[in-house]
Design a binder for this molecule. Sequence first.
Ligand code: MN
Length: 273
Amino acid sequence: MRPLDEYRRKRDFTRSPEPAGTSTSATARRQPQPLSFCVQKHLASHLHYDLRLEHHGVLLSWAIPKGPSLDPATKRLAMHVEDHPIEYGTFEGVIPEGYGAGIVMLWDAGTWTPEVSDVDAALAKGDLKFRLDGHKLKGSWVLVRTRGYGGQRGGESRSWLLIKHRDEWSGERDITALAPLSVKSESDFAEILASDNPDVWRSGQTGSGGPVSGGETGKLLRTILDQAADLKAARESQHPTRRASAPRETATPPPAGARGRAARKTAAKTRPR
Ligand code: MN
């Protein structure tokens, strides 16, 4: 299997804004320095955080349901998922339908340094120590494979734990709550959705294609959809001649005037800063 086969098999790039990725074969063996890493906050069927580490021309990826913790006593489940293309490291936006449908925020980005001499051997062993130098995550960390669920056909488990090592960057502060916004756009989910197409899941929220309809995540998504609609209405009433430039724009612009002003007031109040 070539490096990005699984990634590409799961996605339809005529319908998803995610990068298809360029061929990695030519440059894959030349490790550039420093290596990049990112964490994407992804509101899909469940809210989770995707940690991605550049390695041999792709991004090794783990989905972390609760997100990273700076507390060395808190081990966070990290499901090893398919490698992603390098270009994914700067991606932020809305996946309207299909695999991973939802909103992707670039939550952290920077460089990483392995604390082992052989990353492939560390991955095979299930014990990868490394340093992160991001905006939010720094210092020494370890990913340890567990004998959890997710093993395929008797193969090795896909479940790992992400653990912060004790150092000057560890602590008890809840980094996901303290620093919830994008490092790329400083936006929250509602603002990312509002700059794309806030009506993307309006017509068929409980039908196919949309990310979620029920439970806590469904409730969160509905709040975000409402905030995004308010933000968009507010923007359009502030700039009545400037149309939103999102290419997939299909929404009918709301009437300017009283409704716009009301929406702007609501948006200002509900904007979670
Ligand atoms: Mn994800």
